[in-house]
Design a protein around this ligand. Structure first.
Ligand SMILES: Nc1ncnc2c1ncn2[C@@H]1O[C@H](COP(=O)(O)OP(=O)(O)O)[C@@H](O)[C@H]1O
Ligand SMILES: [Mg+2]
Length: 275
C-alpha cells in the first residue's frame, strides 16, 4: 500500500476512534417525554434530551421559552411551585428522579446549582464554602480548611480572597460573589453543575473568568448552562439545545447548531431574526 494511502487510512482510523470515544460518553441526565404545566400553562412540551457527562451543554432560546423551568426540573426545585404538574421521566444516572421513591436529598449531594444573581449567604467567605460540607457531617477543622481552599482554587477565586476568608461575602464584587457561589457548589463535590444565566449580572471581565472556569470544570463535572447569550453558548459549550415555546427545536453539537442548523427556526434565532 502506498505510504500516503496508509497514512490517510490511519487518520481515518484515529478519527473513528475519537468519534467512538465521544459516543461512548456516559449519559448523566436522560429526559424522556417530559411535560410540565404551571396550572393551565404548558411550559415544557415532550422534552427528550440525553445529556453527556464531562461536557458543557448549553440551553438557549428566547425569554419565556422554558429554559429555567427545565433546569429547575433537573434538580426538582420546580416542584416548590404549588401549581406545577409534571409527566414523563428524568433519569439521573439511570434513576428516575420523578419517581415517588426517589429521595430529593440524593440530588442535593450530587447536583449543584448556580443562579443568575449571585446568592451568597450573609456569612463569611469561609462559612459560605464550608456550609455544605458541614451539613454533610464534616466537623474536623483541618478537613474543612482543605475543602475550602480546594473549592476556592477550583473556582479561580482563591488568590483574591485568601487573606480575608473571615470577611462577609457581601463585601465581594458581583463577579467574585458568583465565583464564590461556584466554589460553594464545588465544596459538595458535585457530579453535575446546573447554571442558570450565571453571567448575565456580571461585567465582561468577570464573565470571561466564569466562562474560562466552566471550560476547566467540565474535565471533572458535567455542566448544563442556560444562557441567552448566543456567543457564550458558541464559545463554551459542546452541545446546544435550542428551546422555543417549551419545545426543544434542535439539539446537536454546538458547532453544527451555529454553522448548519437543521431547523429554519434555529437559523432564524441564531441569526438574530427574533428573540
Ligand atoms: N412560577 C411560575 N408560575 C407560573 N408560570 C410560570 C412560573 N415560572 C415560569 N412560568 C411560565 O413558564 C414559561 C417558561 O418560563 P421560564 O422557564 O422562566 O422561561 P425562560 O427561563 O426561558 O425565560 C413562561 O411562560 C413563564 O411565564
Ligand atoms: Mg430564565
Amino acid at each position: 500500500m502506498p505510504v500516503v494511502t496508509e497514512k490517510a487510512n490511519l487518520n481515518t482510523k484515529t478519527a473513528n476512534l475519537v468519534q467512538k470515544a465521544k459516543e461512548n460518553k456516559k449519559v448523566v441526565y436522560h429526559t424522556k417525554d417530559l411535560n410540565l404545566w404551571y396550572g393551565e400553562g404548558h411550559a415544557l412540551k415532550n422534552i427528550n434530551l440525553a445529556i453527556n457527562e464531562n461536557e458543557v451543554t448549553a440551553i438557549i432560546g428566547p425569554s419565556g421559552c422554558g429554559k429555567s423551568t427545565y433546569i429547575k426540573t433537573l434538580n426538582r426545585m420546580v416542584e416548590l411551585v404549588p401549581s406545577v404538574k409534571i409527566s414523563g421521566e428524568i433519569l439521573y444516572r439511570e434513576r428516575n428522579i420523578l419517581d415517588k421513591s426517589f429521595k430529593v436529598e440524593d440530588l442535593r449531594t450530587s447536583v449543584g446549582m448556580v443562579f443568575q444573581k449571585p446568592n451568597p449567604f450573609p456569612k463569611s467567605i469561609y462559612e459560605n464554602v464550608a456550609y455544605g460540607p458541614k451539613i454533610h457531617g464534616i466537623r474536623d477543622k483541618k478537613t474543612l480548611d482543605e475543602i475550602v481552599e480546594k473549592s476556592l482554587r477550583g473556582a479561580a477565586i482563591w488568590d483574591e480572597v485568601k487573606d480575608r476568608l473571615n470577611q462577609n461575602a457581601y463585601g465581594l464584587s458581583g463577579g467574585q460573589q458568583q465565583r464564590l457561589c461556584i466554589a460553594r457548589c464545588l465544596a459538595i463535590e458535585p457530579d453535575v453543575i446546573l447554571m442558570d444565566e450565571p453571567t448575565s449580572a456580571l461585567d465582561p471581565i468577570s464573565t470571561l473568568k466564569v466562562e474560562e472556569l466552566v471550560q476547566e470544570l467540565k474535565e471533572e463535572f458535567s455542566i448544563i448552562i442556560v444562557t441567552h447569550n448566543m456567543q457564550q453558548a458558541a464559545r463554551i459549550s459542546d452541545k446546544t439545545a435550542f428551546f422555543l415555546n417549551g419545545e426543544v427545536i434542535e439539539f446537536a453539537e454546538t458547532d453544527k447548531i451555529f454553522s448548519t442548523p437543521s431547523d429554519k427556526r434555529t437559523e432564524d434565532y441564531i441569526t438574530g431574526r427574533f428573540g
